[in-house]
Design a protein around this ligand. Sequence first.
Ligand SMILES: [Zn+2]
Length: 383
Amino acid sequence: MDWNRLLTDCVDFTQRLIQTPSMSFKEDAIAELIAAEMRDLGFDEVWLDEIGNVNGRLHGKDRTLPALVLNSHTDHVDPGDPALWSSPPYAGEIVDGHIVGRGACDIKGPLAVQIYSMAALIRNGERPLRDVVFSGVVEEEIGGAGAKHWVENLDYKVALVVLGEPSSNDLALGHRGIVQMWLTLNGRSVHASVPEKGRNPNYKLAEFLTLLQARKQELRNHPILGPTTVSPTIIEVDTKSPNVTPAWTRVLLDFRTASESNNSLRAFVGDLVGDWPHTITDAWCAPGTLLADSDEVIYGYFTPPESDVVSRVKTAVAQGMEREPEIISYQFATDGRFFVPYNIPIIGYSPADESQAHIADEHISIAMMDEALHGYVQLLRDF
Ligand SMILES: [Zn+2]
């Protein structure tokens, strides 16, 4: 098999993907492009599901084994003002060994590598060890409805999902979960001319935020996925009148954690507030469901480094790339969180560089794509 041609075709496919804009909800054209490419490359099965996820399957030597799934998403974020780009965001130009364009890194370059690693085996007259399924899911950038639908409707067994989210050809074993809660501090509203007659919760909020900053490092760390962080984001009061003190003030607390539970976070917040009248309500939680009263540790996904699946992936990828991948974690959240309740192991492996996601002049290195193609091909053979 001609490796140079494989890489050239993979780069060309990435350019065509970038030249097909696919903002969330406008992913039909790109799904058709991907499906047509997989058909042309000789995949055994190609299909779209009812919400527009695009899938392609290569039959393995042993079809009784659970499948290896290569996951990427078909949408991307808005390119913003094209004037901020030195090359047009939907041109897919090659500049200094990089493909430039919206989605180049997140996630069209990695998506092309996943598909062309499958094509490599076809061109070489080989079969993967087990069935390999490419899964291109819709709407990742706006909440992950595509991945959720995919996993809820799975009708085959899955041994591992490999995410194409940026990992610089290292192995990303997880990321923290997100918990957002409102802390509401209650007071007594009065005319602003007689503040001594009321109880202004804004002062309490100032005290709370100072304490939060001082004591946030008491929150626990996860050895691989990192520290628990907290960011106060939105602040609101009940009144719109400039001459009325608020009856309540509330702050949204955005926690990222892989070592705390909803209960432990609520207890931490409650402890900082003390006996001032307050309520804590869930705003949003991702893994998915609100965990109003739960001691369960929250995380996005986590695949332990000592697990068999990680060592098998690491061995195969290292052999393909001729270097050992590092074990890393993602700072951002991924669709992987939806697969956790189904006990499907997840590993991120991608040639893209995380720092390139969602920025102007987003790009991906062709040399990194070449290295990832080698890693993926060996993974398909051995895993
Ligand atoms: Zn992405």
